[in-house]
Design a protein around this ligand. Structure first.
Ligand code: S3P
Length: 436
């Protein structure tokens, strides 16, 4: 795909509604499928990954329909899932895989799961290990610790488990398994990760206690689900926040976006860089999620350090810090970003390869990333590596950079943001064109 610009001066003055949040869309299906009621989900994200979650529950006998962009789920209750007729294909979706392992661990049937090449290469042991401590059994069909695998549900017993990495997917899998386990399931995170599962469970009447980094859940008989409105996805909006910050003449108002503090790491980091970003909260939704507007203006940025507890709060947006760092004054350093290496691709390598091809200077030392600033990127041949977020960072870099760029494949953006390309075109009044 060739990315060209009609004008060297791109101007942005717009209101923008980001698509529904991916993490919350997944959870809305999990909980409504296991709940007691018929639930309507609005502003659901119809991306490839979330459709995998819908498909998985349909395969297990849950009636899920999509009418006028509203998802309608007839919950079957915690014990109403049926054995799927065949192995469930999860595509590229890590969230579906890991959360589903939590649910399947407690079912009275066996089930096989497999993914695409990228998902089959992502670590599952971080979930299967604690779930086996609770009583589930896993048979790895090709490689120990990876999909494809067969899970045999068991009678689960609660455990007290210290997560070795801060991962909302692993935490959520254990919380879902904990809904079925005898006794109490206690999970201690090394640092706070996104807490959408906790918020939604609490709103729907589940006995869940949060004390600092420890979360405790007790088995329950039912989940009292209600209709859900999914807030806009801050991780999708982040691409446009970066765009507005880097353009010379930009004013962007982002509406209806989720502003859950466990997802605000990128905004906090951008503010530290001197970014002109204002967050205007307006309400909390029924799913327990805060929502608001974010206003972004062009900014001269300065280098920062990113490390420790803030990394899980901005894990999906970190690649954008690589890009912002190229334009900031000074040297930006990101420490211990090893979790980026186990995403849809090794994002430390994929993102730095693209930005370096454009004239950036990003060095990698172990899992630390050093980004030299004051660069002006220029068009180049870029690669998505089949990874949606790597592809979208490349697009924003191509729009900001001088001249034109080529990206080998943008098909993968459908994983999390099917309308990404048309939203970029729209927001820049058609001045940027994508041609095959
Ligand atoms: C997600 C958690 C994060 C994130 C992913 C979505 C979730 O993964 O990168 O895009 O919905 O729970 P980890 O839990 O593996 O960090």
């Amino acid at each position: 795909m060739r990315i060209t610009k009609d004008s060297s001066h791109l101007h942005l003055n717009r209101e923008y509604f980001p698509p529904g949040d991916k993490s919350i869309s997944h959870r809305s299906i999990f909980l409504s499928a296991l709940g007691e009621n018929e639930v309507k989900i609005e502003n659901f994200l119809f991306c490839d990954d979330c459709l995998r979650t819908i498909n998985a529950f349909q395969k297990m006998g849950v009636n899920i329909k999509i009418e006028d962009e509203v998802v309608k789920v007839k919950g079957v209750g915690l014990r109403g899932l049926k054995p799927p007729p065949e192995a469930i294909y999860l595509g590229n979706s890590g969230t579906t895989a890991r959360l589903l392992l939590g649910v399947l661990s407690a079912q009275q049937f066996e089930c096989e799961l497999y993914g695409d090449r990228s998902l089959n290469a992502r670590p599952m042991e971080r979930v299967t290990h604690p779930l086996s401590l609770m009583g589930a059994e896993f048979i790895f069909l090709e490689k120990e610790g990876y999909l494809p695998l067969r899970v045999s549900g068991g009678k689960l017993a609660g455990i007290e488990y210290k997560l070795p990495v801060a991962s909302a997917q692993v935490k959520s899998a254990l919380l879902l398994a904990g809904l079925y386990a005898s006794g109490r399931t206690g999970i201690i995170e090394p640092a706070k990760s996104r807490d959408h599962t906790e918020r939604m469970l609490k709103e729907f009447g589940v006995d869940i206690k949060i004390d600092g980094l420890r979360i405790e859940v007790t088995a329950c008989e039912k989940i009292s689900t209600e209709d859900i409105f999914v807030p806009g996805d801050i991780s999708s909006a982040a691409f446009f926040i970066a765009l507005a910050l880097l353009l010379d003449d930009a004013y962007l108002v982002i509406r209806n976006v989720g502003i859950n503090p466990t997802r605000m790491g990128f905004i906090e980091a951008v503010k530290r860089m001197g970014g002109d970003v204002d967050v205007i909260p307006y309400k909390e939704l029924k799913s327990g999620e805060p929502i608001g507007d974010i206003i972004v203006k062009s900014s001269q940025l300065k280098a920062i350090e990113v490390k420790g507890e803030e990394i899980p709060l901005m894990i999906d947006e970190l690649p954008l810090i690589f890009l912002l760092g190229c334009y900031a004054q000074g040297v930006t350093r990101i420490y211990s970003a090893s979790e980026l290496r186990v995403k849809e691709t090794d994002r430390i390598n994929s993102v730095s390869a693209n930005l370096n091809a454009m004239g950036g200077e990003i060095k990698v030392e172990g899992d630390d990333v050093i980004i030299y600033g004051n660069r002006r990127l220029k068009g180049a041949n870029l690669r998505s590596f089949g990874d949606h977020r790597t592809a979208m960072v490349a697009v924003i870099a191509a729009v900001i950079g001088d001249g034109e760029s080529n990206i080998d494949d943008l098909e993968c953006v459908k994983i999390s943001y099917p309308d990404f390309v048309s939203d970029v075109e729209k927001i820049l009044d058609g001045k940027v064109k994508f041609k095959n």
